[in-house]
Design a protein around this ligand. Structure first.
Ligand code: ATP
Ligand code: MG
Ligand code: MG
Ligand code: MG
Length: 477
């Protein structure tokens, strides 16, 4: 079953059950606490909080999502993409647990010829929040799932919130058993590779006032109404329904992967490291394309930095596969536009602008890499000669300051050589540089500065500064 058909089926199922189908919102979040939309409910948050009136009390969407915190998993697990689509049905003060669990079960197990996804019942498992006897009871007695396939989990896994004050509540997740070749028995609690999480049903009921960590928060009270928010991973469903090993091999991603393999003359499935690179390229080119299409431009902060990092990682991985100075992003982006164009018409019309942005970023990064890599190699050699295991803060700072190497690139490249980087030292030097610039600016104000030196310093200090990814957005998983 094609990706586009999975989305259609999901939306049709809920439309038939009284839901209003709403188009995906842009990846650029309106919500000021987020850079990018990372879950289907994000555009609806004001409805759940009672701040805005929804167009209907039952809604369904296929929402574009980007999850930067998952970036390091990409290509290594079978299930994490940076861009993916979350299929969701929502109830704003309408139905609750007793309706949504049977809905989900019906859609998953109903035969394909009858509009469902045709999953065999005995492949499905569910988790519920430790104390949620109500959800357990619905799974057990309404759906008829046997006890051993309903697992209870704690706050870490089965309580949802956005990482910031706002709505929250317990959730129930549905997993598909991919079989013994994917890992050990015992349900999702035992192995999340074998048991693939496909759908999360959130029972959004509380207003959280303080969120200190995933598991440490204060509940201020009940929301204006009890709500339902669900998220089904379209790409994960596609992996199962298309019978492929992982989400990078589904219809909308594999063509990009295949093109990257062809361009770099790499055979997929031969060398595990090259395979990871191919999967990263496929994922990132798709994500980059979708971000640019929604109006994000590469920059050194915020969502622009997310995009820059994604595009640069694509280029770096192409180079790891031997692309050298050849430029392949244009052709790869073409494939991404074509495959995603089936679901997003506008992509094809916007192709010239998308190419212009991505091509320019590739060209500029290749320039940075050419000069910086030579210096980086010397630093690695020096460190290894002294039997060191860590690149100094000084080396990382020089690479950043003189050659424009962002610290994450230095970190990644160092780890490929089995080396660490003295990040604390790096950040200390960055801070010193900032302070020098500040002191100088102050001196200029009082008229005591040697203006020519100030000018030079400002030129240096005015250069971009790395902003940690951790500050980019909260992971809502
Ligand atoms: P996981 O535990 O596998 O990281 P999650 O619990 O973080 O997933 P949710 O936040 O519950 O995921 O999101 C709802 C659904 O969206 C998931 O059940 C999954 O199908 C899908 N999903 C989440 N993250 C990703 C991702 N990085 N790539 C593809 N699909 C995803
Ligand atoms: Mg999970
Ligand atoms: Mg989940
Ligand atoms: Mg996650």
């Amino acid at each position: 079953m094609e990706s586009a058909e999975i989305a259609r089926r999901f939306l049709r199922f809920f439309e038939e059950r009284g839901h209003k189908v709403v188009p995906s919102a842009s990846l650029i979040a309106e919500d000021p606490t987020l850079l990018l939309v990372n879950a289907g409910m994000v555009p609806f948050k004001p409805y759940f909080l009672g701040q805005r009136k929804p167009p209907a009390s039952r809604l369904a969407t296929a929402q574009k999502c980007v999850r930067t915190p998952d970036i390091d998993e990409v290509g290594k697990t079978t299930r994490h993409a940076t861009f993916f689509q979350m299929l969701g049905n929502f109830s704003i003060g309408d139905y609750f647990k007793a309706e949504v669990i049977p809905f989900a079960w019906e859609l998953l197990t109903r035969s394909e010829s009858d509009g469902g996804f045709g999953f065999p019942e005995d492949k499905l498992w569910a988790t519920v929040y430790l104390e949620d006897d109500e959800a357990y009871d619905i799974w057990r007695n309404r759906v008829g799932l046997p006890d051993h396939r309903i697992q209870r989990r704690g706050l870490e896994d089965n309580y949802w919130h956005m990482g910031v004050p706002g709505p929250g509540g317990p959730c129930s997740e549905i997993y598909y058993d991919r079989g013994a070749e994917y890992g050990k028995e015992g349900g999702p609690v035992a192995d999340e590779d074998r048991y693939l999480e496909v759908w999360n049903l959130v029972f959004m009921q509380y207003q959280l006032s303080q969120v200190r960590t995933k598991v440490d928060f204060d509940v201020a009270g009940e929301l204006p109404a009890k709500n339902i928010d669900t998220g089904m991973g379209l790409e994960r469903m596609a992996a199962i329904l298309q019978g492929v090993d992982n989400i990078y091999e589904i219809d909308t991603t594999y063509k990009i992967l295949d093109k990257a393999a062809e361009l770099t003359k790499t055979r997929y499935g031969r060398d595990p490291r090259a395979d990871v690179s191919l999967r990263v390229i496929a994922d990132h080119v798709r994500t980059g394309t979708m971000l640019v299409a929604d109006g994000v431009l590469p920059s050194n902060e915020g969502r622009g930095y997310v995009l820059r990092r994604i595009l640069r990682r694509s280029v770096r991985n192409l180079r790891l596969l031997g692309s050298g100075d050849d430029r392949y992003m244009h052709e790869l982006t073409d494939v991404a536009i074509n495959v995603m164009g089936e679901q997003y018409d506008q992509l094809k019309a916007d192709a010239p602008q998308i190419h212009a942005v991505i091509d320019a970023e590739e060209a500029s990064f290749l320039g940075t890499l050419r000069t910086g890599t030579a210096i980086f190699d010397v630093a690695v050699e020096e460190t290894k000669r002294k039997s060191g295991t860590t690149l100094s803060g000084d080396q990382a700072f020089q690479l950043h300051d003189t050659y424009g190497f962002p610290i994450d690139l230095t970190l990644e490249m160092a780890s490929e050589h089995g080396l660490k980087v003295d990040e604390d030292g790096f950040r200390r030097l960055m801070k010193e540089q900032r302070e020098r610039a500040k002191a100088d600016a102050a001196a200029k104000k009082t008229g005591n500065a040697d203006i020519s030196v100030f000018g030079q310093l400002l030129e240096k200090a005015g250069k971009v500064e790395f902003l940690g990814y951790d500050q980019t957005e909260a992971d809502t998983s």
